[in-house]
Design a protein around this ligand. Structure first.
Ligand code: SF4
Length: 400
């Protein structure tokens, strides 16, 4: 049994844009904290970016190149000479100037190109934030299995592994539970690598996978049975309640068959899948996300941008190609405006936030209108952005 309030680590794995924190881990951490369960957050996505965009890592890449073509060497030397300045300036107000920002983006893209030249099996693109490992397709179960086996046997050479090795020590020691939030396809292979390395380093650590991309896996779990060699629990749909219940179970306060939206392998090696399609959370009851203050200045952005959700699911929900709302049980719920204002005030006072990016799948015109009015009434000066569907009544709302 896990001792109370000890060593829960929540991890956001590579690869995702590093311009701002992603919401999943800060939301889960806030929910656990509200229930008096302490945890530590790790943005390994950001840590890896910090590591690869460095003079020392580019030197490693340079030394790995077999063909020392002069023109290529000149480009690499240029990147080596400028990368640290670039990183520092992209985080400074200087890069509020678009041209300045673009020139720094170009340098980061050039560095990605150098990394790709040096490590032939992996293709990384900073601008698109895409990562492809040519050996493993994240959408094929057999490739995920192969990746896991290769990491277990040490039969793999990957710069992603080299970078993540630095953080494994801290994640593997004095840890009872590592929760890995897998939100995009680009994160699947690195997450499997990470989980396998943690388990190899310390088999006693319990590992849980969750996140929107993982939620679909409950439909094909039999194909993924091998994953339970390194992953102890897979959580589905909205993570707050399944994670909280899992911690209660690990504390000895709940029985495993009482847990919901979870899969695990029982003592007989049988996969147990416990799904409750109606376990929707009341989003007005969710606490304001909490961020790790120590890393907020490290995001690759000229000013701090913090993410926030005004709703879960999509109010429209009629686009045939879109399954974004699936993780939210296809149920649309919006947060009350007064609670959103409280969230925004907390972001300002706690983190000195000046920019908020709403991560809603599609924010509704009604929320845009009500939020704008409330911000004016409360005299809150903040820049905010969101993604919205082009509605007939959107333009008059914005021009008011
Ligand atoms: S409006 Fe956007 S989020 Fe909503 S269903 Fe269409 S594509 Fe999906």
């Amino acid at each position: 049994m896990m001792k109370k309030n000890r060593y829960i680590k929540l991890v956001f794995p590579p690869f995702w844009p590093v311009t701002q924190p992603y919401l999943s881990v800060p939301s889960l951490a806030a929910f656990l904290e509200k229930s008096h369960i302490a945890c530590k957050q790790y943005d390994i996505n950001l840590m890896v970016a910090e590591h690869i965009f460095s003079k020392s890592f580019l030197e490693v890449c340079k030394n790995r190149l077999k063909e020392k073509n002069n023109a290529v060497m000149d480009i690499i030397d240029f990147c080596i000479d400028n990368i640290e300045i670039c990183k520092s300036e992209i985080r400074s107000p200087k890069c509020l100037d678009v041209d300045e920002y673009q020139s720094h983006l170009a340098l980061l893209s050039l560095c990605s190109w150098i990394i790709n030249l040096s490590y032939k099996n992996e293709v990384y693109d900073y601008a698109k934030c895409s990562y492809v490992n040519k050996l493993y397709d994240p959408l094929k179960s057999e490739d995920i299995k192969k990746c896991m086996e290769d990491v277990e046997s040490g039969n793999i050479h990957s710069w992603v592994i080299e970078c993540m090795k630095q953080f494994i020590e801290d994640l593997s020691t004095e840890t009872d539970l590592v929760g890995i939030s897998v939100s995009g396809i680009n994160q699947i292979i690195p997450s499997v690598m990470l989980a396998t390395m943690i388990k190899k380093r310390n088999p006693k650590v319990k590992i849980a996978f969750g996140g929107s991309i993982i939620t679909r896996w409950h439909e094909k779990l039999n194909e993924l049975k091998f994953l339970f060699n390194v992953v102890d629990f897979i959580l589905f749909f909205e993570g707050e309640i399944p994670l909280y219940n899992l911690v209660q179970y690990l504390h000895g306060e709940k029985k495993i068959d009482e847990l919901k939206n979870i899969a695990y392998c029982d003592k007989n090696g049988t996969i147990q899948l416990q799904i409750d399609l109606h376990l929707c959370i009341d989003i007005d009851q969710l606490p304001t996300p909490v961020f790790d203050r120590n890393i907020l200045k490290k995001y690759f952005s000229p000013e701090l941008v913090l993410p926030l959700l005004s709703s879960r699911g999509c109010y429209w929900g009629n686009c045939a190609f879109c399954d974004h709302a699936y993780t939210f049980h296809n149920s649309y719920r919006r947060r009350k405006i007064n609670i959103l204002i409280k969230d925004i005030k907390e972001y300002i006072t706690k983190y000195n936030a000046k920019n908020i990016n709403f991560h809603d799948d599609a924010i509704s015109p009604r929320i845009i209108s009500e939020l704008s009015e409330a911000l004016i009434q409360e005299k809150i000066v903040i820049r905010w952005s969101c993604e919205a569907r082009l509605e007939k009544n959107l333009m008059p709302t914005c021009s008011d």
